[in-house]
Design a protein around this ligand. Structure first.
Ligand code: SF4
Length: 344
């Protein structure tokens, strides 16, 4: 007999994460892969990778999605719950680290802080604008300094006299790093100096005015960097906990939310099945010329489109399962039936 489970999918701009948990909420497994600008393919590939890793077959009782591509993933898979990243990360942290009061989260292209009291989110802030302090920025600097990203943390920890790097913004941080490199600072002092600069930037922007209380949890890809963990611990003067599955906490949270939804409603899942990974999807990108904004509109059709070479979003015909990109919402599929769309 197949075991019962819940699935969580976190589609971010840099990576896509998929987690599976048992019917009781215990972590079973997860996968992470690059989104590479193709979220549909990333979700399908991720499901394939996950099924290859699983040692037995699972029936899915519920699916949750989160991340910037949560609506798209939700439509593709037939998700039961679609939630923002703040909720997903908060749920995962509060289940995995009881008593958590502060969540630091730094991903590939954004960072956030979540303040919790009694397992409830009381405040949060997100940074999706400044590159400094994100995983992509650290990746770029590591590659510029010829340090493989997995050696970044261990090398930074060897620092005895960290360089003082200006971390107010990515451009300043990079030019200051180059300047200090030319002055002959050892690599470990440059790397740890960069960690300290990014932590200063994070605390003086995102955490400004927020009361950071222990227990503090650090999630997201950048939590793998032991230099960043130490820099946070020094700056906050408190222990920072990095959960084992810190990279896939958003997906685990989405799965836990699907479980809660199932326990609360008992509703049958809308999941389209594991075979979604083999469905054929076609995407179309068009400029809408109905006003001067000229928005780029993306349409996703499941199966074969009933049209050849459509020239505008209106020409796309077939089983359109998702469409987004118009500033005015004219082409959005959310809350809009296919019939209503035909009259747009
Ligand atoms: S989608 Fe809306 S805002 Fe964008 S070009 Fe078309 S009509 Fe204008």
């Amino acid at each position: 007999m197949n075991k019962k489970s819940f699935l969580g999918i976190d589609v971010g701009s840099v990576t896509t994460k998929i987690a599976i948990i048992s019917e009781n909420g215990e972590f079973i497994d997860s996968v992470m892969l690059r989104t590479a600008g193709k979220p549909v393919i990333a979700v399908q590939k991720g499901l394939k990778l996950l099924t290859e890793k699983l040692t037995c077959e699972y029936d899915v009782l519920g699916v949750g999605t989160t991340g910037s591509g949560r609506q798209l993933a939700g439509t593709l898979l037939g998700a039961d719950v679609v939630k923002n990243e703040i909720t997903a990360h908060a749920v995962a942290a509060s289940i995995n680290v009881p008593g958590v009061h502060t969540i630091l989260e730094i991903g590939g292209q954004d960072s956030k802080i979540i303040i919790m009291r009694d397992s409830i989110v009381t405040d949060f802030a997100m940074n999706t604008v400044c590159a400094a302090g994100t995983g992509s920025f650290l990746d770029q600097q590591a590659s510029r300094l010829n340090v493989p990203i997995h050696e970044f943390g261990p090398t930074a920890l060897k620092s005895t006299a960290p360089a003082r790097i200006a971390g107010r913004c990515g451009v300043f941080a990079e030019s200051d790093l180059i300047h200090k490199q030319q002055l002959g600072y050892p690599i470990e002092d440059l790397l740890y100096g960069l960690c300290q600069a990014l932590v200063r930037n994070y605390l003086s922007n995102l955490a400004l005015g927020k009361e950071i209380l222990p227990t503090v949890v650090f999630q997201g890809g950048v939590a793998s960097n032991s230099g960043m963990v130490k820099a946070f611990e020094e700056a906050l003067d408190m222990k920072v906990i990095v959960p084992e599955n810190h990279q896939t906490m958003g997906a685990i949270g989405a799965a836990l939310l699907a479980m809660e939804n199932y326990q609360f409603t008992g509703a049958q899942t809308s999941f389209k099945g594991w075979e979604v990974q083999d469905f054929s999807f076609k995407s179309f990108t068009h400029e809408c010329h109905d006003c001067a904004n000229s928005c780029e509109v993306i349409s996703i059709v499941q199966g074969e489109p009933e049209c050849e070479d459509p020239k505008t979003p209106k020409d796309v015909k077939g089983d359109i399962i998702a469409r987004w990109g118009g500033t005015c919402g004219k082409w959005d599929l959310a809350n809009t039936t296919q019939e209503q769309m035909a009259h747009k």
